[in-house]
Design a protein. Structure first.
Length: 460
């Protein structure tokens, strides 16, 4: 066997596998012949699929005056090919009637070989009788039971390797896919999606991922019958899905405060308190029960909060790490889908107070006195001149003092701040200190002010 295969391979190499100009054709038959182009490694020029070999003639047209001989081979490969009897020669044309199917032909023209395989489809007819879907209640898979028949359509390479022709049965059904928001689709959502699965051959049992919506299954084919206009088709009854899936969107309100520090890291939410985060879940058709869970551990063994709704807006005021996830389940709770775990990390508090600024000197550069802070959830600041008169008050740590009193820039000198605040970690702040305003350019007069504090304000 090894020796014959080696001889066959050697002949293939010497002859260039097949003569590209030689013509193999068919005459007669009820339907046209389907021609397939196999992989080069098979040594076959073509695979021909005949509706039936009855009344069909296989014809070869040579390109030279060299002698033409025919051989036939089966599952053992070309190394065991035998001579074909009954070939009729007429000049450059040789023909064989009747042609035998489910075998290979090696046509030798001098030292050139043309190797083809002929399949008789009538020996492997496809019949589809019924299609039933089961697996309702199964969270992961749907099972289809296909009644009918259709054996494998096999062929053999020139070296005797068994191959199977794909019938390419089309199995169609509808499921749901997630669509993110785009300019043309501003609302993210689950959308119906028509799915096509290609079945290589007839299988009485087909297992596939469970659809995420109720659907019917439709199978048709095979590709050969479709080509001949005789496609077989069957459709199942309505399949009621139990499978569930969820998609979640978590968004955090952004703050663009140039004096606020954040301790959040990549892949987490939170940072500086207060953090405003919206959790929103989208479930597939079978999702009936919704629950957001918050825990203090990533394994959710210590669940602190359960919220039975799809959307929740949360304000995080306390320092620490919090874990959130969503669970969606079907009506009887037999199928559950979990979101990923979302980590919210709120940093500890901090306040740093500068003691120098230069209002009016250069706009946008150190012209507003602000504290540097993180995770401050309650804040109150008063600023006084040296006579104890209040010149500024604010309750938002992102704000500051622009060096003005009653709309006018105060003079340079020493001012005083008093701060009372509370951090996300419960820390209480009682701060006080100096604010030094150094000289600045007086834009109104064009001169430079070097004087002292603002005069004592009147009490009008």
């Amino acid at each position: 066997m090894i020796r014959r295969t080696a001889i066959c391979l050697l002949l293939m190499v010497l002859s260039g596998f097949f003569c590209a100009r030689a013509d193999v054709s068919f005459i007669g038959g009820a339907k046209d012949v389907i021609t397939l182009q196999p992989e080069f490694s098979t040594g076959l020029k073509n695979i021909f699929v005949l509706y039936s070999t009855e009344g069909v003639t296989l014809q070869y047209t040579a390109t030279t005056e060299n002698p033409v001989t025919w051989q036939r081979y089966g599952e053992q490969g070309g190394g065991y090919a035998t001579d074909v009897e009954g070939v009729v020669y007429d000049g450059l044309t040789s023909s064989l009637t009747p042609v035998e199917g489910d075998c290979g032909y090696i046509i030798n023209e001098g030292t050139t070989q043309t190797c083809v395989w002929v399949t008789d489809y009538s020996r492997h007819p496809l019949t589809l009788t019924a299609l039933e879907a089961s697996g309702e209640g199964d969270c992961g898979t749907a099972t289809l039971h296909l009644t009918g028949s259709g054996d494998d359509i096999v062929y053999y390479t020139i070296t005797g390797v068994r191959r199977t022709l794909s019938r390419e049965l089309e199995l169609k059904y509808t499921t749901l896919v997630w669509r993110d928001s785009t300019e043309s689709n501003p609302t993210p959502r689950w959308e119906p999606h028509d799915t096509v699965e290609i079945e290589e051959g007839f299988r009485p049992t087909i297992v596939l991922p469970a659809p995420l919506c109720n659907t019917t299954f439709h199978i048709s084919g095979d590709r050969f019958l479709k080509h001949w206009g005789e496609s077989q088709e069957k459709e199942s009854d309505l399949y009621t899905t139990s499978a569930v899936d969820v998609h979640c969107i978590v968004t955090q309100a952004e703050r663009d405060n140039d004096n606020e520090k954040s301790s959040s890291s990549a892949g987490t939410y939170g940072g500086s308190a207060p953090a405003y985060i919206t959790f929103e879940a989208f479930g597939t058709d079978a999702v009936v029960h919704y629950e957001w869970q918050m825990a203090l551990d990533p394994e959710f063994e210590n669940i602190q909060l359960r919220i039975n709704q799809e959307r929740t807006e949360q304000t995080f005021l306390d320092a620490g790490t919090f874990y959130w996830r969503f669970i969606g389940s079907n009506a009887d709770g037999s199928c559950e889908a979990y979101s990923e775990t979302y980590t919210v990390n709120i940093g500890v508090s901090d306040i740093q107070c500068p003691n120098i600024f230069t209002p009016g000197s250069s706009e946008g550069a150190n012209d507003v006195w602000k504290v540097s802070y993180q995770s401050i959830v309650d804040f109150h600041c008063w600023i006084f001149n040296r006579w104890g008169n209040q010149v500024c008050e604010f309750t938002d740590p992102s704000q500051g003092w622009d060096g003005r009193f009653r709309g006018k820039l105060v003079g340079p000198g020493v001012y005083y701040y008093v701060i009372r605040a509370r951090g996300s970690d419960g820390k209480q702040y009682k701060l006080s200190g100096d604010i030094n305003i150094i000289r600045y350019k007086d834009r109104g007069s064009g001169g430079t002010t070097t004087g002292g504090d603002t005069p004592e304000p009147s009490e009008e």
